[in-house]
Design a binder for this molecule. Structure first.
Ligand code: GDP
Length: 324
């Protein structure tokens, strides 16, 4: 049987690397669109390098996208690339829009011209809801983005829906809520906390400064999320789905859980630093997973506590081995 071919943008990120692993296991021929850069950023995918073909291209450059699609002839295209750090979207709003919004127009146009029967997955984000009118949010909740990243993602979402309607492209948007893993950067609060708990346990640090402990998020595990993305492209008809855990936890609960994993009392180490406060905190972002559960049979395979534990364990092992 001829293997299916998939093209992933954002291959070197958390989701890209997990998705590539999943697709390689399923026998796909995997191509990754990677921006040329002078420093190597392939750290998350070195273990897959024999199974993935890297193609050079950039979401800022339409002709490079057309070349890559023509060369790889993918059956499935997953657009996971974006400038995804919300605070940076305020300091670089135009660049965020170039990648996260217009990059998707360029990609959709390239698909339409070069491989119109390819199936397309667009990584939408719960940030499109911003200050939502209702909680939990569903696929029908109005978009009210509150930062340049959310605005760019809303544009990309609607462009995908419009290409589906106008050109009959198979395009799906997965509205993912925050998803975490040991491959997440420590600038995000989940990994910041699990990593710090491990460091403190090993005597490598003695304090953790955090922002708003009452902020709540709907956190799910990145491996569960990428499985949902793949599932969306295996259907007869394209549609949009929320991928979330359906539950929220506060930063305080996260700290408590992470420190209890290493047998420490969090209050002895954590202090609140206004530098980490967000001026534009979303109200209550929590996704309803009724649609994806009923229609695709997807649901998270890891609980909040399991995620915390496996991430703390990962950092304990990694830090012990590195002798840092
Ligand atoms: P986001 O969902 O993309 O905004 O992911 P983050 O992990 O950066 O932030 C999650 C939540 O944690 C936000 O509501 C922050 O206000 C809150 N938070 C509290 N303390 C911190 C901190 O020290 N760093 C970060 N990044 N977030 C923090």
């Amino acid at each position: 049987m001829v293997p299916k071919k998939a093209l992933i943008t954002g291959l070197t990120g958390q989701d890209g690397s997990y998705l590539a692993e999943l697709l390689v296991t399923k026998g796909y021929q995997v191509f990754g669109l990677v921006r040329r850069s002078s420093s190597s950023n392939l750290g998350r995918i070195t273990h897959l390098s024999d199974n993935i073909q890297i193609l050079s291209g950039d979401l800022l450059d339409q002709s490079s996208l057309m070349d890559v699609i023509t060369e790889s002839q993918p059956d499935e295209i997953y657009n996971l690339a974006s400038q995804s750090y919300v605070p940076l979207s305020w300091t670089q709003p135009a660049l965020t829009a170039e990648y996260t919004a217009l990059g998707v127009s360029r990609l959709l146009e390239s698909i339409r011209r070069c491989k119109p029967n390819a199936k397309f997955y667009q990584a939408s984000s719960s940030e499109v809801f911003g200050q939502p009118d209702e909680s939990p949010q569903t696929e029908r909740t109005a978009f009210r983005p509150r930062n340049p990243y959310g605005v760019a993602k809303a544009y990309a979402h609607w462009m995908t829906v419009n290409y589906r309607q106008k050109y009959n492209l198979y395009g799906c948007c997965g509205i993912t809520y925050t998803h975490e893993s040991p491959r997440r950067g420590t600038e995000f609060v989940f990994r910041k906390i699990t990593h710090a708990a491990a460091q403190i346990k090993l005597g490598l640090a003695n304090e953790l400064r955090l922002g708003n402990l009452d902020a709540r998020r709907d956190w799910c595990y990145a491996k569960d999320a990428v499985y949902g993305m793949w599932l969306m492209l295996q259907q007869e008809k394209p549609d949009d789905y929320i991928i979330a855990s359906g539950k929220t936890y506060s930063v305080r609960e996260l700290v408590e859980c992470a420190f209890s994993c290493v047998g420490l009392n969090w209050q002895d180490y954590v202090s609140v630093d206004p530098a980490f406060y967000r001026p534009d905190e979303p109200v209550q972002l929590v996704g309803s997973i009724d649609k994806i559960k009923t229609q695709l049979g997807w649901q998270p395979q890891h609980t909040f506590e399991q995620m915390v534990e496996l991430m703390v364990d990962y950092d304990l092992k990694k830090l012990s081995n590195s002798g840092a």
